[in-house]
Ligand binder design. Structure first.
Ligand code: UDX
Ligand code: UDX
Ligand code: ADP
Length: 467
């Protein structure tokens, strides 16, 4: 079996970049990315490659190289399915907002729709690849839908989770720590695995391509995200203790990270993790554990989310307390809205929740983010349904420049670690603010001593504040 035509259903943060890199590295394979969202596909096809719908460093260049050669974006889902030997399913799997498993389980309706569409359209044998993060044993459900047509078409289901992180998607795809491919332990399953291994082998060394059974692959993806998130909640838990005791969380983090058994990465205390994956995947893990009656396992992992919610709330509370227990009518500048730097993605961003708490306290927020639009900021707040859209609009003003956002503010809060924030003329920002000028660094990106020398009342995460 040889893969020459790939279809990817879902042109989002995962499907788009992943397929662009596959197309770049495999000029002999035709890659068609389809999505039912017409606007999104139009943006991927925009003549100006900088208007593609996802901002990722280096992505525009990859798309420019491959698009029109062997990389295509289309809304004709049926045709792409029909032509392909291998179909990646890369659609969204949000947390369920209704019914059984509400707020916990993954909502698989989009996956199921894809499976039904593939079953309806496919006329010859296909490899179907789960790219989206899915609960363990989803492949079984997909397979039963695909096999239900009775038209003799054979499907092999593979699990091939994506480990890219946003903001570094292109380098993560070009130089992955590993590629994981799970498949059926039958002869047909092994052939399908080998066919997909051959695609990645065009640029990934063989020893980094792991093959497992389907369930191990599905569970590894959830577990990897749960472990990463757990490290952040662990260091964030200690950040609160540091603020009480006089230890400095950055020093603690460095000290423990040098233990090779612990490792230095992913130990940065922050205002809380965000992104589309961590919370969703842990909730999913918790739900799965509960569904097997594993209460202790479920409680253990749920604590990671509880700690993260606490960290976000604590940051908002600290702002209120420091500003003499009231922020009503005070202007607070928000620098950053994205869930991390170098992305325009805001899903589950800590900024949204901190903003929500501060608006409840009647603060007036002045938001600036280099890549996030005002529309997106308001959409994110409206999604919480804490108040009406008009009330959110009234509480938020949006600026195209950080200097303007900070002008006349009582406090500045840094929510995202954008590099440009460290390069600002902080003296100029200070001069334009109300005094005392408070600075809450939710990412510990500024130099505390330098900020205090300017005159700021500076407060980082996990260090005793200056006042
Ligand atoms: C994550 C995983 O890293 C990736 O492997 C998986 O495929 C998808 O989920 P992503 O959510 O894109 O990727 O970004 P990541 O870099 O993991 O950051 C997640 C959140 O954790 C961000 O809000 C980030 O600011 C925060 N974070 C990360 C910290 O607060 N401290 C850290 O030390 C690292
Ligand atoms: C530990 C720390 O490793 C050491 O740095 C500190 O100075 C003292 O405490 P120790 O208790 O001697 O050292 O042994 P360690 O190798 O850490 O093992 C502790 C326990 O964890 C053992 O029961 C070990 O069997 C268990 N363990 C360790 C696991 O169950 N799984 C592992 O992957 C590692
Ligand atoms: P991710 O971060 O997992 O990539 P996104 O929400 O960014 O998630 O992207 C998922 C994409 O999948 C969306 O653009 C959505 O329109 C698309 N999608 C969902 N279901 C289908 C479907 N049945 N057919 C085609 N596209 C779909």
């Amino acid at each position: 079996m040889n893969i020459t035509k790939i279809c990817c259903i879902g042109a989002g943060y995962v499907g788009g970049p992943t397929m662009a890199v596959i197309a770049q590295k495999c000029p002999h394979i035709q890659v068609t990315v389809v999505d039912m969202n017409v606007e999104r596909i139009q943006a991927w096809n925009d003549a100006d490659v900088h208007n593609i719908p996802i901002y990722e460093p280096g992505l525009a260049a990859v798309v420019a190289e491959a698009r029109g050669r062997n990389l295509f974006f289309s809304t004709d889902v049926d045709q792409a399915i029909e032509e392909a030997d291998a179909i990646f399913i890369s659609v969204n799997t949000p947390t369920k907002t209704y019914g059984k498993g509400k707020n916990m389980a993954a909502d698989l309706k989009y996956i199921e729709l894809c499976a039904r569409q593939i079953a309806r359209v496919a006329k010859n044998d296909k490899i179907v690849i789960e790219k989206s993060t899915l609960p363990v044993r989803t492949a079984e459900a997909i397979k039963s839908i695909l096999d239900s047509t009775g038209n003799g078409v054979q499907f092999q289901i593979l699990s091939n989770p994506e480990f890219l992180a946003e903001g570094t998607a292109v380098t993560d795809l070009l130089q992955p720590d590993r590629i994981l491919i799970g498949g059926e332990t039958s002869e047909a399953g092994e052939k399908a695995i080998a066919a997909l291994v051959a695609v990645y082998a065009n640029w990934v060394p063989q020893d980094k391509i792991l093959t497992t059974n389907v369930w191990s692959s599905e569970l590894s993806k959830l577990t990897a995200n749960a472990f990463l998130a757990q490290r952040i909640s662990s260091i964030n838990a200690l950040s609160e203790l540091c603020e009480k005791t006089g230890a400095d969380v950055t020093e603690v983090s460095r000290a423990i990270g040098m233990d090779s058994r612990i490792g230095a990465k992913f130990l940065k205390a922050s205002v809380g993790f965000g992104g589309s994956c961590f919370q969703k995947d842990i909730l999913n893990l918790v739900y799965i554990a509960k569904s097997y009656g594993l209460t202790e396992v479920a409680d253990y992992w749920e604590q990671v989310i509880i700690m993260n919610d606490h960290q976000k709330r604590r940051f908002a509370n600290k702002i209120v307390q420091t500003l003499y227990n009231t922020v009503a009518g005070k202007k607070i500048a928000f620098l950053g809205w994205a869930f991390k730097k170098d992305t325009n993605d805001t899903r589950e961003s800590a900024a949204i929740y901190v903003a929500d708490d501060l608006i409840n306290e009647q603060a007036e927020l002045a938001v600036y983010d280099p890549k996030v639009s005002e529309t997106k900021v308001l959409q994110d707040l409206n999604y919480l349904q804490s108040r009406t859209a008009d009330e959110n609009q009234a509480a938020i003003s949006y600026f195209d420049s950080a200097y303007q956002a900070c002008q006349g503010a009582h406090a500045v809060a840094i929510l995202t670690e954008w590099d440009e924030f460290t390069d600002y003329d902080w003296q100029k920002i200070y001069d334009g603010m109300q005094k005392p000028a408070f600075l809450f660094d939710g990412r510990n990106i500024l130099n505390a001593a330098a900020m205090e020398a300017i005159g700021f009342v500076y407060s980082g995460i996990g260090v005793v504040s200056s006042e």
